[in-house]
Design a protein around this ligand. Structure first.
Ligand code: ZN
Ligand code: ZN
Length: 174
């Protein structure tokens, strides 16, 4: 999705709002491909600031399939966040002379904003590194590898703190 901001720059109106759904299949973050479960809901407000700057205030809601950090089972993570950034409009004369060096503004090309690029950028920045399928996820047994949310194993005694194990040995003698 490309948004042209010429009207925002030319008119007296200093705000342009975009409410939409982006249809993206997946996103690659650190060599891992994550799939979106649904369309990405976006709300973006563009403000025309002085000095060739556009302030972008956005809200993103995406549903991503990702593995639980504790039990490794895939689940659908609701990614919901706000972002705020300022984009610098490129001086057209300057573009012809030198390549764009500021990577953060790569989504903006003259008077077009590449919304998909911007949203991907923001999802990468806001991507949670540790997620749990549920708050009280029991994880995986360190000993036999079973998912403790679904089954019980008999490794329990091995999980005991060594100091407690000594105590347990003493108890066994009685
Ligand atoms: Zn889990
Ligand atoms: Zn076990």
């Amino acid at each position: 999705m490309i948004i042209n901001i010429t009207d925002l720059l030319m008119s007296d109106e200093d705000i342009k709002e975009v409410n939409s759904y982006l249809d993206m299949k997946s996103i690659v973050i650190e060599d891992i491909e994550y799939f979106f479960e649904d369309k990405i809901k976006i709300n973006i407000k563009l403000y025309n600031l002085d000095d060739a700057e556009i302030e972008i205030i956005g809200h993103i809601n995406a549903k991503i399939k990702m593995p639980c950090s504790r039990c490794t089972e895939y689940f659908i993570k609701d990614l919901d966040f706000h972002f705020n950034r300022t984009a610098h409009l490129n001086d057209i004369d300057a573009i012809e002379q030198e390549p764009i060096t500021d990577e953060r503004d790569i989504f903006i090309d003259e008077f077009n904003i590449d919304i998909n690029q911007l949203i991907c950028d923001e999802i990468i920045i806001n991507f949670p590194m540790k997620v749990l399928c549920k708050e009280d996820c029991k994880g995986i047994c360190n000993n036999c590898g079973c998912n403790l949310n679904n089954e019980k194993c008999n490794c329990e005694s091995l999980d005991i703190d060594p100091r407690m194990a000594v105590f347990q040995d003493i108890l066994k003698k009685f």
